[in-house]
Write a new protein. Structure first.
Length: 298
């Protein structure tokens, strides 16, 4: 990648792959758009391609752009972060984790969420520890927890709960189903937009309900739809494993796994491994989880 191209992509907050090429929003549904709304892709900025392919993509990009500029108002995805100013303590924890620089302000003085810049990864929501201060439209704690409750149902200790990011891991799980790749029937998948939305509360809630194991999955490092939000997940999972261990819960019951949309077998193999892990755990380890892990306010 040339330095100039890298700088432009960086300034536009466009996610790039491990080779430095721009990532499209979705290979099928948004091949000429970047994940950042309003940024179109055409030509070799995405990957080496022929003139004919580049020209066709440029036409698609121009058509997409004309849809935007022909309207007086811009429509956008609704999954943005929403702050409750009455509850926010202005601690500033959320500021450095936003991959798009959408949170501005000064610690203890003022915190401003620039909703037009928010791309809806939910990483800031997972970072905020103040109950009710920050949430994500469509993926509030209440909404995700309702899914977890439904997924674990009865006999939670027999279940593998998988948090899957919308763009890579969930698509990988979906493809596993389409390709009829077998994985254990005790696997339950809960989707979030990004692995960065998975908070300590969501993980601990699953264990407090007795989940046998919890797998957090996301895009491979360097392929994150939200630039590098998944790297926050990596740091957090390490921290939560230590917290589980301190509570007397086997930390291997929580794992992080990268799965791309093109890796259905990798998804199925890991789900199988997590299921086998449950079957090898002593019954007392599984039975004691709900008394060892508690979540306040859930
Ligand atoms: S982390 Fe939460 S409480 Fe702290 S500034 Fe951000 S929104 Fe407010
Ligand atoms: S971290 Fe993600 S959800 Fe939060 S403000 Fe930034 S882009 Fe929006």
């Amino acid at each position: 990648m040339t330095e100039e191209r890298g700088n432009v992509l960086q300034q536009l907050k466009v996610s790039i792959d491990q080779e430095g090429f721009a990532l499209e929003s979705h290979p099928k549904l948004g091949p000429a758009e970047a994940a950042v709304q309003g940024v179109m892709l055409a030509g070799t900025v995405q990957y080496p391609k022929s003139v004919k392919e580049s020209a066709l993509q440029a036409l698609a990009a121009a058509a997409k752009a004309s849809v935007i500029i022909s309207k007086n108002e811009i429509e956008r995805e609704p999954f943005i972060a929403l702050v409750n100013a009455d509850v926010c303590t202005k601690c500033g924890r959320c500021i450095p984790v936003c991959p798009y620089g959408a949170i501005l302000g000064e610690v203890r003085k003022n915190i401003e969420f620039v909703s037009a810049a928010c791309q809806g990864c939910g990483t800031c929501v997972a970072e905020c520890t103040v109950e009710g201060a920050l949430t994500q439209e469509g993926f509030t704690d209440k909404q995700v927890i309702a899914q977890v409750d439904g997924a674990l149902g009865e006999n939670a200790s027999e279940k593998v709960l998988i948090y899957a990011c919308n763009w890579c891991s969930y698509a990988g799980a979906d493809l596993a189903g389409v390709m009829k790749i077998q994985y254990p029937s005790n696997t339950r998948v809960v989707r979030t937009m990004c692995s960065g939305r998975v908070s300590q509360k969501l993980v601990m809630y699953a264990f407090s309900k007795g989940a046998g194991s919890v797998l957090v999955t996301g895009c491979h490092p360097g392929d994150c739809h939200y630039i590098n939000a998944n790297l926050q997940t990596e740091k957090r999972v390490e921290r939560w494993k230590k917290q589980l261990e301190a509570k007397g819960v086997d930390p291997d019951r929580l794992q992080l796994w990268w799965v791309s949309a093109a890796e259905p077998k990798r998804f199925a193999d890991k789900a199988t491994e997590m299921s086998e892990l449950i079957s090898k755990l002593p019954p007392e380890e599984l039975q004691s989880t709900t008394t060892k892990v508690k979540v306040r306010g859930a």
